[in-house]
Design a protein around this ligand. Structure first.
Ligand code: ADP
Ligand code: MG
Length: 172
């Protein structure tokens, strides 16, 4: 599959859970307080795996787990990184329910938000965000498509492209 080379999208394949974590860890080092990373994809596509990698990148000292019952987990990071807010909306069926658990406090808070099942609350996701769609290709391969919404995230994707893949000068 050819990577799509536009300023605001990045389309690639992860070949293992370890690679997904590594990619996410690299991305996380470029993030800052207030950033919002949305993760869309069926069960088992690697959303939680990706957030675990983000935790590693931010120097979170405890294992990042699925916040199945709490819905939102807040992880202190290693300075200078801001905290990681891991939000999992698997059990949330409506925007109203998400608002009721206080999602907005996190979306506009002082940490980095990583949101699983973000499509369920698309209406209240800030217009500027990084949207990542994960697809199951086979047992160990996942297609990840990152889409930047807003200038801040276009810059982020460019920085990430260079950090993770080096300068991409031609289609490969
Ligand atoms: N390339 C890959 N990236 C991420 N996870 C993968 C990959 N290949 C296999 N897996 C497996 O898929 C599962 C992903 O689980 P998880 O991250 O909890 O998904 P989700 O949060 O999307 O439901 C894990 O069992 C993981 O080991
Ligand atoms: Mg999950």
């Amino acid at each position: 599959m050819s990577p799509i080379l536009t300023p605001h999208t990045l389309d690639f394949i992860s070949h293992s859970p370890a690679q997904t974590r590594r990619i996410a860890a690299r991305l996380a080092t470029l993030l800052r307080a207030g950033d919002v990373v949305c993760l869309e994809g069926e069960l088992g596509t690697g959303k939680t795996c990706f957030v675990q990698g983000m935790g590693q990148g931010l120097g979170v000292k405890v294992p990042v787990k699925s916040p199945s019952f709490t819905l939102i987990n807040e992880y202190p990071a290693t300075p200078p990184f801001p905290p990681l807010y891991h939000i999992d909306l698997y059990r949330i069926k409506s925007v109203e329910a998400a608002l009721a658990i206080g999602i907005e406090e996190y979306l506009y808070g002082e940490g980095i938000c990583a949101i699983e099942w973000a499509e369920r609350v698309q209406r209240i996701i800030p217009p500027a965000c990084l949207w990542i769609t994960l697809r199951h290709l086979n047992e160990t391969k996942r297609n990840l498509v990152m889409q930047a919404n807003g200038e801040r995230y276009e810059i982020l994707i460019q920085q990430f492209r260079e950090l993770a893949f080096g300068h991409v000068s031609s289609q490969t």
